[in-house]
Design a protein around this ligand. Structure first.
Ligand SMILES: *[C@@H]1O[C@H](CO)[C@@H](O)[C@H](O)[C@H]1NC(C)=O
Length: 703
């Protein structure tokens, strides 16, 4: 039996430094887990593997065909393909996963969150097959999975529960009778519900039957079970949840609360720990209620007890999540713990590493979930390639939990979460400042994300004041979704300068590479010394199209935008993996990160960014054509084809015209040669980077 020495209160700074935490390689008792299978993907799979590596435990990944090249596969010691992209045929295919566990000789399975993490059948299957399920016993999953059962258990254990009806009788009359007893407004919820599905509010008796019908319909569709329960509707409620941990020796502790009130479409986007404005007395009562809940179901491992809290800080049990939560890192940050390590130790039969009095709350942590979604379009989930990705530099107080890298694809098949940004500081205000600063450093190009929205959310005065509740986003809608402002002329100038300098850099590189004396670019790149020339550039920022004229001498540029003149100079340079632009616009110097992809120019400043579209076929030709032959710069339609098989072309000759994003792009020959094949005819749709024209192989030709 593990003998626990009472530990001194740990200094969080030391505690946080991984070098200070030397893992115990030998297990103190129980099973020896040397290899685990992670039945999940993305950031959580990577997160679990990081701890496994730290502890010297081998990790086995499973993946779907869509995830073959993903980060969690690359990180694992072994990886097995378990089927096609749809989860039903891969990440939810219990038998296949079990087979991999056996083949790879994994002793335990970590289910992560989602997928099989709260699946009773899977937990039972593991037990039958003699493989440790890193989670609670299947009985606890079952009891907590059905809302009416879980509430009955909690009431009996003396945990405060929202007044409601959780009975078997599902007749309209009975439900209506109970709604009246509880008092309007009431919430109608699917018994098997989750994620806001099958949930309706009835404000009065008049509305009740309509809302009931609606909730039942959705419940039937989502869970194939239309049983509902009725609850008192709490106004301006907060979602406060407590992290608990149990072991196989009957111990249970709490690791304080998280506030996850700020939600969109009933899903959390910013979480924090501890809950703002919650005093130590309420915190202790919350924690003790949660431990009572865990003990009531003989809980083992990491679990979360969710409470609804009213404006007077009264709280009521909602449900228990029998898994590690997405937002567990904020708890780790304020307690200096590694909950995945705890999970592995407890699964191996050890006692909980710390006793309640040794768990000390320090500082404040935030987590922001970065999603591929469009906040301006009702947070519609998105998918697509991460063409450019830079993150704030991770340090002891900034964690980036992600399962993707630059170049990866956010797949339509799975959750559109790109990353979790987790920050810690000594108090809430400092942590919030850090969060906003780090969000500004999170730059993603290629798909729309909620980063701007997270910034306006975390910068809202009511959020800063800690006045959070589940209705926060609808209530502050207008301030959170400000109308887009037109791009200032100064920024337009910088974008144009960045474009020209990048173009010049590529042209120079191209000349150095090419032995062809002919160059079609000499007249338009500013290489001709001391010659003043004029060029027109068209830059678009969303709706506004702005035509600008550009005059240039050797190093200075004059831009004319709508009668205003600007004198500009500057340079581009590399710093780390990124390209920066330093520019002077009428004497004002500033620095921004410059990303140019196809015909879109992104300028990232410390506190904002701009995106502009340029009509620039020359640049397209250079950046795309130079690398890979004549390929489509972006997805679009072929408008005109100028060449056919057998034609001889010179470098720079027009090959075809494409229409993409409402603009024409001339595709030019990247080299001199003979056309072998034209792959797309007029009117055809070509995907981004599809080869448009093939050249006769030069070596074959010379033979
Ligand atoms: C920028 O400077 C130039 C030259 O000094 C001047 O002619 C122009 O009016 C200035 N533009 C603005 C917008 O202030």
């Amino acid at each position: 039996i593990l003998k626990r020495k009472k530990r001194p209160k740990l200094n969080i700074l030391l505690h946080r430094d991984s070098k200070e935490k030397i893992p115990r390689l030998a297990w103190k008792c129980g099973h020896n887990i040397g290899k685990i299978l992670i039945a999940n993907r993305g950031e959580i799979a990577c997160r679990v593997m990081r701890t496994a590596k730290k502890m010297g435990v081998k990790s086995v990944a499973v993946y779907s065909e869509a995830d073959r090249n993903s980060m969690h596969v690359a990180m694992a010691d072994e990886a097995y393909c378990i089927g096609p992209a749809p989860s039903q045929q891969s990440y939810l295919a219990m038998e296949k996963i079990m087979q991999v566990a056996k083949v790879s000789a994994a002793q335990a399975i970590h289910p992560g969150y989602g997928f099989l993490s709260e699946n009773t059948e899977f937990a039972e299957l593991c037990k039958q097959e003699g493989i440790i399920f890193i989670g609670p016993p299947s009985s606890a999953i079952r009891d907590m999975g059905i809302k009416s059962t879980s509430k009955a258990i909690m009431s009996a254990a003396g945990v405060p529960v929202v007044e409601g009806y959780h009975g078997e009788d599902q007749s309209d009359e009975c439900l209506k009778e109970h709604a009246k007893r509880i008092g309007y407004p009431v919430m109608i919820k699917a018994v098997r519900g989750g994620g806001g599905k099958g949930m309706r509010i009835a404000h009065s008796e008049k509305e009740f039957l309509d809302q009931l019908e609606s909730a039942r319909r959705e419940a039937k569709k989502s869970f194939n079970d239309d049983a509902v329960l009725i609850e008192k509707f709490v106004d301006n409620p907060r979602h406060v949840e407590v992290q608990v941990f149990g072991d196989q020796h009957g111990n249970a502790v709490y690791l304080f609360e998280r506030d996850c009130s700020v939600q969109r479409r009933h899903q959390k986007i910013i979480e924090e720990a501890p809950g703002p404005g919650i005093n130590p007395e309420v915190r202790r009562r919350l924690g003790e209620a949660a431990v009572k809940a865990a003990k009531a179901v003989n809980y083992v491992g990491a679990g979360t007890v969710e409470f609804i809290m009213d404006s007077k800080h009264n709280f009521y049990f909602m449900e228990m999540n029998t898994r590690l939560q997405v937002e567990h890192p904020v708890t780790e940050m304020i307690t200096g713990t590694d909950l995945v390590e705890w999970q592995l130790r407890v699964a191996a039969g050890e006692k909980i590493p710390l006793m309640q009095e040794d768990i000390v709350l320090q500082g404040h942590a935030f987590e922001a979930r970065i999603y591929a979604e469009d906040p301006n379009n009702n947070f519609m989930p998105g998918a697509g390639p991460l063409l450019h990705l830079t993150t704030p530099p991770p340090d002891s107080f900034t964690r980036i939990e992600t399962g993707v890298r630059q170049g990866d694809e956010v797949s339509v098949h799975y959750d559109p979460m790109i990353a979790k940004l987790v920050v810690w500081a000594e108090d809430r205000q400092a942590a919030l400042r850090k969060l906003r600063y780090s969000l500004h450093q999170y730059n993603i190009v290629g798909l729309s994300t909620n980063i701007d929205f997270l910034l306006s959310l975390s910068g809202h005065p009511q959020f800063e004041a800690g006045n959070v509740h589940t209705n926060f986003i609808p209530q502050h809608h207008d301030e959170l979704f400000p109308t887009k402002k037109a791009t200032p002329h100064e920024v337009m100038c910088q974008a144009a300068l960045g474009l020209i300098l990048k173009e010049k850099m590529l042209t120079d590189a191209f000349r150095d590479q090419s032995d062809d004396k002919f160059s079609p670019f000499a007249s338009s790149t500013g290489r001709r010394i001391n010659i003043c020339y004029t060029r027109k550039l068209s830059l678009l920022d969303g709706e506004n199209s702005k035509l600008k004229k550009l005059y240039t001498t050797n190093t200075n540029f004059w831009f004319i935008i709508q009668d205003e003149t600007f004198l500009i100079s500057g340079e581009i340079f590399n710093e780390g993996d990124s390209v920066y632009l330093r520019s002077s616009v009428n004497g004002t110097v500033c620095k921004s990160k410059l990303v140019i992809l196809d015909n879109t120019i992104y300028l990232f400043f410390p506190w904002y960014y701009f995106m502009l579209l340029a009509h620039m076929s020359l640049f397209l030709f250079l950046s795309v054509g130079m690398q890979s032959g004549a390929v489509a710069p972006m997805t679009g339609t072929v408008e005109k084809v100028f060449v056919k098989a057998g034609d001889k072309v010179k470098i720079g000759d027009p090959l075809m015209v494409m229409i993409a994003m409402k603009m024409e792009h001339t595709i030019r020959a990247p080299k001199a040669g003979v056309i072998k094949k034209v792959n797309f005819q007029e009117g055809a749709q070509a995907n981004r980077h599809a080869p448009l024209v093939e050249f006769v192989d030069e070596e074959a030709e010379s033979k």
